[in-house]
Write a protein that binds this ligand. Structure first.
Ligand SMILES: *Cc1c(COP(=O)(O)O)cnc(C)c1O
Length: 404
């Protein structure tokens, strides 16, 4: 899955370009930087690669979501419909602009269930935030139709799915804006970084300002910039952008290798009785970073996950018991443990939606295992791993039918 597995000479070269000049900041110092503008270059590369009008780099995927929401005008009291299965960062970002995360069921795509989204809409709903989890995509036609019908903002969290597409369009480019993360374990990495992408020039301009204390970046003299809006510091550094530039150029190769290895594992598991696979809305647009599948029951899935680990087969994730990705274990949010005081109204709403019961999501996530795909496996290693996973799954399923 992750680009860190193939860090090499290309990344070192780009970083060295920056080290040669010593200008580690993305703005200003026009003379001293000797024509080296890694962040700008990476933004252009993102636009070209994903066929999108504008890209704003920031310091993380979380910052990208916060920046995008601010630029889209999502704020105090607005409800943002998001899935129960995500990374906690999506939730944090909604809170950071004063909005209310409305946790909503997923289906067997492991992403937002469109019918559940429609049912979650209230007069306060401002946006729908699909999260393209584990390298695959949400049902974008259905979600877009709902947003169009109810006049809602569609913000795509594509932090885990850079390079995925839906009906020929890169994920992140279908809604009003989308976000990428380049943290260390994402499909491509720059250590820490993120991006907002959008085709809306006004939204882009606001992202550019918001992520740098509101600077309008219109003149050559940073000190003389005007500040039309309040902003914060979510800037990326030139060193990080340099790594990202090398990685994005390798993305096509990564995806090819990943999909190849993914197919080997899939072929090893596809004949097993009792296993079904994650529904992928557009299989041609998958990144192959995970192979996600369902076992017949929660008990069997939990047992399978522990037996896979015991057999030395790491990288098989049972999200249902995971502390970061599924709402069931977000104890800090369920108990309302904030270091700073939230506005009373916001806290009441947040706690309400966070502590709803999610039996539909539970029934799906409780049976799911996601098997991560490495870029480094040889053909033989991938084959051997697939066979071993298949053996464990068959054994656990057979034992469960004997016991039943
Ligand atoms: C990683 C991730 C983020 C946040 O990205 P960071 O760069 O780690 O801040 C947001 N959403 C999802 C779905 C992610 O997986």
């Amino acid at each position: 899955m992750p680009g860190y597995e193939l860090f090499g000479a290309e990344e070192r070269k780009e970083v060295n370009d920056v080290l040669e000049t010593g200008i580690l900041m993305r703005y200003g110092f026009d003379g001293a930087r000797n024509g080296i503008w890694k962040a700008k270059e990476l933004e252009q590369e993102i636009c070209k690669t994903f066929n999108v009008g504008h890209a704003q780099l920031v310091s993380s995927g979380t910052a990208a979501l916060t920046t995008a929401m601010a630029a889209l005008g999502i704020g105090a009291g607005d409800e943002v419909i998001m899935p129960t299965f995500t990374f906690v960062a999506s939730f944090e970002a909604v809170l950071s602009v004063g909005a209310i995360p409305v946790m909503t069921d997923v289906d067997e795509t492991l992403t937002l269930n469109p019918a559940a989204v429609e049912a979650a809409i209230t007069p306060r709903t401002k946006a729908v935030m699909p999260v393209h989890m584990c390298g695959s995509m949400s049902q974008m036609d259905e979600l877009k139709a709902i947003c169009d019908k109810h006049n809602l903002i569609l913000l795509e969290d594509a932090c885990q799915a850079i390079g995925a597409s839906y009906k020929g369009k890169a994920v992140g480019t279908i809604g009003h804006a989308g976000t990428f993360s380049f943290d260390f374990v994402k499909i491509i990495t720059c250590a820490e970084g993120g991006a907002v992408i959008t085709n809306d020039a006004e939204v882009y301009k606001k992202c550019d300002e918001y992520s740098d204390h509101g600077h309008d970046h219109l003149g050559k003299d940073r000190g003389a910039d005007l500040h039309p809006y309040l902003g914060y510091n979510y800037r990326i550094s030139e060193l990080h952008a340099a790594v990202g530039l090398a990685q994005i150029r390798k993305l096509g190769g990564f995806l090819k290798q990943q999909l190849h290895n993914h197919d080997i594992i899939y072929n090893a598991l596809k004949g097993i009785d009792g296993i079904t696979f994650r529904v992928i809305p557009d299989p041609a647009g998958d990144t192959g970073s995970f192979l996600s599948f369902f076992l017949p029951t929660e008990d069997i899935a939990r047992k399978a996950a522990s037996e896979l680990a015991a057999a030395g087969l790491g990288g098989n994730f049972y999200w249902y018991d995971n502390n970061w990705h599924y709402i069931r274990k977000w104890q800090h949010l369920q108990s309302g443990s904030w270091m700073h005081r939230l506005h009373d109204d916001q806290k009441k709403q947040v706690m309400h939606y966070t502590n709803l019961a999610f039996p539909v999501s539970d029934a799906i996530m409780g049976r799911c295992i996601s098997s991560s795909i490495s870029l480094l496996w040889t053909e033989e290693q991938a084959q051997e791993r697939g066979n071993k996973i298949a053996e464990v799954l068959k054994k656990v399923i057979a034992e469960s039918t004997v016991n039943a």
